[in-house]
Ligand binder design. Structure first.
Ligand SMILES: [Zn+2]
Length: 106
């Protein structure tokens, strides 16, 4: 694969096809667009020949590569539910106290 990928601010990527055989296909909202040079977004997917990569994953890889400190911070588990705590809903699901149940909506 001959492509150049540059991480931009705001979770965007600039992708440039450098004379690859298969080119790059941008998959956005289920549609495919062959591209030569394009700025792609977090929810897009890129296909390089047979290989499809979620832009989200590419951004994650690039961020980990250039900012190891930030990457280490990113894998720290986020605080869950804060001081609210969990309760067992009538349907059997564990839910955040005071919030609607994700399963039954109670
Ligand atoms: Zn429930």
């Amino acid at each position: 694969m001959h492509a150049e990928i540059e991480l931009l601010e705001g979770d965007r990527l600039r992708v440039r096809d450098l004379d690859s055989d298969n080119g790059i296909v941008l998959i956005r909202q289920g549609r495919e667009f062959p591209i030569k040079q394009e700025v792609v977004l977090l929810n897009d997917t890129l296909r390089f020949g047979e290989v499809a990569l979620a832009v989200r994953d590419v951004i994650e890889i690039l961020k980990n590569a250039v900012q190891p400190a930030a990457a280490a911070h990113a894998v720290t588990p986020a605080p869950v539910a804060g001081a609210k705590g969990f309760v067992r809903c009538g349907c059997g699901m564990v839910k955040v106290r005071g919030d609607p149940c994700p399963t039954c909506g109670e």
